[in-house]
Design a protein around this ligand. Structure first.
Ligand code: COA
Length: 318
């Protein structure tokens, strides 16, 4: 009997400090109007001195465990998607394993930038399908504020910090809830349009050709969304919710339009969170499940594109 996986827990963490577009306009030559019209972003949360990828990821993981009503001791594996680990090693995931007091199982990080959550979800789903794990925490945790060049108005206005988590479990054969499929892609030929310069003037600095990233995002996300639906003989009409990576409202609207999904069926957090990279999808999912919009049994489509370039989609029945 083939084993499948399903989502049973959702959690999120956002640092207390909120930085508005108006706040940023006192640091760089920008305006609330420029940022809102180009990106849909109004504000972002920024990590405080006590926040780290590990501490934020742990908080999101604890919330996901609490939602599912299960003990941390029952978790077999922890996967953290992050482009901003606190240290080159150990992995953020093993820090979280330690903080949760777990002695069993295994933990590791995945680096796929803003597509990291889709990649981590795909790996977790495979671990469960191949019976290497039963219960897996998948966490996206990012502290982009520590890799931004705060004098570069073309990038510093776009990102925020935070963490989101989901808990995966075995889906019994009769289970309505199931991860239907995941679809991953990358193309290293475009590695230099979005990357982190190791030795920027104030340390590591994110660099981006925004127009090129935008161009790739519009075409590649449309393709991967088609691929995911086609794999199940579905069309946009079968999708109840789109929970996209939150980089830019114009990119999100483009995918929704392609699916012919009305705005009220698209989960949007980019206005309040900005782009939290690998954390953005689990943060959005957590919000939408907890406020009762996205319900058990509904078809949910996830998609993301990020540095690498990497991109992917996941289709699930919640
Ligand atoms: N405030 C004010 N002006 C700004 C600005 C800011 N924060 N950032 C850039 N500008 C200026 C530019 O300098 C340029 O000025 P110029 O015409 O005098 O040279 C002008 O605005 C237009 O810049 P451009 O880069 O062409 O704008 P755009 O319409 O492409 O929008 C992005 C820029 C970044 C919003 C857009 O390209 C984008 O969203 N790209 C995708 C980025 C993304 O999602 N990355 C993460 C992927 S995971």
């Amino acid at each position: 009997m083939p084993v499948r996986s399903k989502l049973i827990g959702f959690g999120g963490y956002l640092p207390d400090k909120i930085v508005t577009n108006a706040d940023l306009s006192t640091r760089v030559d920008t305006s609330d109007e420029w940022i809102r019209t180009r990106t849909g972003i109004a504000q972002r949360h920024i990590a405080g001195p006590d926040d780290s990828a590990a501490s934020m990821g742990e908080a999101a993981a604890r919330a996901a465990l609490e939602y599912a009503g299960v003990d941390a001791e029952t978790v077999d594996a922890i996967i953290v998607a992050t482009a901003t680990p606190d240290q080159p090693f150990p992995a953020v995931a093993t820090r979280i394993q330690g903080a949760l007091g777990l002695k069993q199982g295994f933990a590791f990080d995945i680096s796929a930038a803003c597509s990291g959550f889709i990649y981590a979800l795909a790996v977790a789903d495979s671990l469960i399908q191949t019976k290497q794990a039963r219960r897996v925490l998948v966490i996206g945790s990012e502290v982009y504020s520590r890799i931004l060049d705060w004098s570069d108005r073309t990038t510093c206005v776009l990102f925020g910090d935070g963490a989101g988590a989901v808990l995966l479990d075995i889906a019994e054969p009769e289970s309505e809830s199931v991860i239907l499929s995941t679809h991953l892609h990358s193309d290293g030929a475009h590695a230099d349009i979005l990357y982190v310069e190791r030795e920027g003037k104030d340390g590591p600095s994110l660099r981006m050709n925004g127009r090129e990233v935008f161009r790739h995002a519009v075409t590649k996300l449309a393709e991967v969304v088609d691929e995911a639906l086609h794999a199940h003989g579905m069309t946009g009409k079968d999708v109840q919710w789109l929970v996209p990576h939150q980089a830019n409202l114009r990119i999100i609207d483009g995918v929704a339009k392609k699916l012919a999904l009305p705005q009220e069926r698209v989960i949007v957090t980019v206005d309040r969170h900005a782009n939290t990279s690998a954390a953005s999808i689990p943060l959005a999912l957590n919000e939408a499940v907890r406020d009762g919009r996205v319900k058990k049994g509904e078809i949910v489509l996830l998609e993301a594109l990020g540095g690498g370039l990497t991109w992917g989609a996941a289709l699930l029945r919640l």
